[in-house]
Ligand binder design. Structure first.
Ligand SMILES: NC(=O)c1ccc[n+]([C@@H]2O[C@H](COP(=O)([O-])OP(=O)(O)OC[C@H]3O[C@@H](n4cnc5c(N)ncnc54)[C@H](OP(=O)(O)O)[C@@H]3O)[C@@H](O)[C@H]2O)c1
Length: 270
């Protein structure tokens, strides 16, 4: 019996504070966000492609809350709509949407695989936009709701050698900031979480795995920042002092310098 274990046995079932839909919950920051919200007595809908990992996450959470697993490939053009339909079929109202699923691609633009670029744009931009559009409308109608979009510190400047990824995260940050103003007074908040390097499968798959440990955050710490940002209705949250300092410094430099330094670093990479 996976979920309703200790607290149910003790007769202290928590009162749910609402339902959180988390995309990309099968690993990394998404799984850590799921644990964070479960710990704070939110019901969960967790989605990704790896159903087994989602099921294992569900089984590992011992908090007495309700957890629904919905398998979905969000790079499919109808993936977001199928996810929305599956959640509607379960008569679940989403109080909090967390657009966390994302993929990276590194390398020279003209050498990237076209399919990898299409998948990145479909997931990081199209699926996030479709889910945000749908649930923002629902939340505005209800007069309450919160949305957390996982962007990146890469959203603040161009990143040669991670060109399409950085551009996709700039889109996420820009959309989030626009919506945070448009939705002012509706009862719906929109926040962007902008992590720096975080120890997850994504970083394992990139050259960034050689970064000095003090520059790499844990997924749990980043998820806690995401939870706090959402609760505080912060529009932008950058976890970690080093990341905050780097973003602040870069924002006070001329764009040609930041662009040029990025280009230099990308050419120096082995
Ligand atoms: N790690 C970092 O350094 C870092 C820094 C800044 C921002 N971020 C952002 O943080 C978010 C989470 O990434 P992470 O670092 O936790 O990496 P991760 O462990 O690789 O997690 C990515 C998640 O996205 C899901 N996903 C990938 N393709 C999908 C698809 N086609 N359909 C549905 N779900 C899909 C994956 O699940 P399945 O494979 O099971 O589908 C997984 O749950 C991303 O938006 C990423 O850009 C990460």
């Amino acid at each position: 019996m996976p979920n309703l274990q200790t607290k149910e046995r003790k007769g202290i079932l928590p009162v749910s504070k609402g339902t959180v839909l988390i995309t990309g919950a099968s690993s990394g920051i998404g799984a850590a966000l799921a644990r964070q919200f479960a710990k704070n007595d939110y019901d969960l809908v967790i989605t990704a492609r790896r159903e087994k990992s989602l099921q294992e996450l569900k089984d590992s959470i011992d908090s007495g809350i309700s957890i629904e697993v919905v398998r979905c490939d969000l790079t499919d053009s109808n993936g977001p709509d199928e996810l929305i339909k599956a959640i509607e079929a379960k008569s679940i109202d989403v109080d909090i949407l967390i657009n966390n699923a994302g993929i990276a691609a590194s390398g020279k633009f003209d050498e990237l695989d076209q399919e990898d670029i299409d998948n990145l744009l479909s997931l990081n931009i199209l699926a996030l936009t479709r889910l945000t559009r749908h649930y923002a409308e629902m939340m505005v109608q209800r007069g309450s709701g919160r949305i957390l979009n996982v962007a990146s510190v890469a959203a603040f400047q161009p990143v040669p050698s991670m060109n399409v990824y950085a551009a996709s995260k700039a889109y996420v940050l820009s959309l989030t900031e626009s919506l945070s103003e448009e939705l002012r007074g509706t009862g719906v908040s929109v926040s962007a979480l902008c992590p720096g390097l975080t120890q997850t499968e994504m970083v394992d798959s990139l050259a960034a795995q050689n970064a000095p440990p003090f520059l790499v955050s844990s997924a749990d710490d980043v998820a806690k920042e995401g939870f706090d940002a959402l609760m505080a209705k912060d529009v932008i949250r950058i976890p970690g002092l080093a990341n905050q300092a780097a973003v602040t410094w870069a924002q006070h430099q001329p764009r040609w310098l930041i662009r040029g330094l990025g280009g230099l670093f990308s050419r120096l990479k082995p």
